[in-house]
Write a protein that binds this ligand. Structure first.
Ligand code: GLN
Length: 271
């Protein structure tokens, strides 16, 4: 049996990197079932180190914390995460903030293109309790994760999920469309951790990272209801390119920043 403080110190040293101590704490909370705050406040817990040891070993070998715990929080929802989906990022919460700010009336019907874990759709459904939503993904494995998350968060009655290629073949119209497509250029620098553990199909979009926007933007006018809003995540250097692409459509576009002040999404309005 070891004290909390000794375990955390040793684990953080082995994990290394910018988030070593935080990672060590999150994993210990997961291993013991004791919330992180409580572990730190009351350090008298005596802990059986075996289970924790296995997790620290995986983290030290470069596996994402979310894959070890199997969950990640997004917009206060505790979501299941597997290697089949992109791990929800805090940056993507910007899309929900922007949608909340720009929508003049509550959306009735919401579309999430490339839903992955379901994070954006489920967050939106918690904000608009009368809305229903559809999540589209090209990956069956991702749809299974999204469906499990809808059930886990109590939102399954208002969420549907469907295999698809962006908006192709959809005949409904939506008041709000959310989308976090792949947008990394194939030659772009990307951390080894992301490259090795997250699905390439959710990350890469051709040489300049814009391939999927080229597919999605022309579909939007046919998917948006009157006075509908689309909020699209972008890479922080893609603002000018997206604004230029949007200018070629009949939609009005505005650029919005994340908490770090970097361009993070484009909002597009139909007429
Ligand atoms: N924001 C993610 C990253 O930088 C990429 C997500 C995406 O391509 N949609 O790792």
């Amino acid at each position: 049996m070891n004290s909390v403080i000794d375990l955390l110190k040793a684990a953080a040293t082995r994990i290394g990197g910018d988030t070593a101590r935080l990672d060590a704490e999150v994993l210990l909370a997961h291993a013991t079932g004791i919330p992180r705050g409580e572990l730190l406040l009351n350090q008298q817990h005596s802990i059986e180190p075996q289970h924790y040891e296995t997790m620290v070993k995986r983290r030290a070998a470069g596996e994402p914390v979310a894959h070890i715990t199997g969950t990640r929080e997004f917009w206060s929802l505790d979501l299941i995460v597997t290697p089949d989906v992109l791990i929800p990022r805090p940056d993507s919460e910007t899309l929900i903030e922007v949608a909340l700010r720009l929508r003049k009336s509550p959306p009735q019907h919401i579309l999430d293109l490339g839903t992955g874990s379901g994070a954006l759709l489920l967050a939106a459904l918690t904000e608009w309790p009368a809305a229903t939503g559809l999540g589209i993904d090209a990956s069956r494995a991702a749809l299974a994760v999204a469906q499990a998350n809808a059930t886990r968060t109590g939102l399954a009655a208002r969420a549907n999920f469907c295999l698809g290629n962006w908006g192709a073949g959809l005949f409904e119209r939506f008041d709000l469309i959310l989308c976090n497509p792949p947008y990394i250029g194939t030659g772009e620098a990307l951390s080894d951790e992301v490259r090795a553990h997250e699905p390439a199909s959710a990350l890469f979009a051709g040489q300049d990272g814009l391939d999927d926007y080229r597919r999605i933007l022309p579909q939007l006018p046919g998917l948006l209801a009157e006075a509908g809003l689309t909020v699209l995540e972008i890479g922080h250097e893609q603002g000018p390119a997206l604004m230029a692409m949007a200018a070629a459509t009949a939609m009005a576009a505005t650029l919005h920043q994340d908490l770090a002040g970097r361009d993070r999404c484009v909002a597009l309005r139909s007429g």
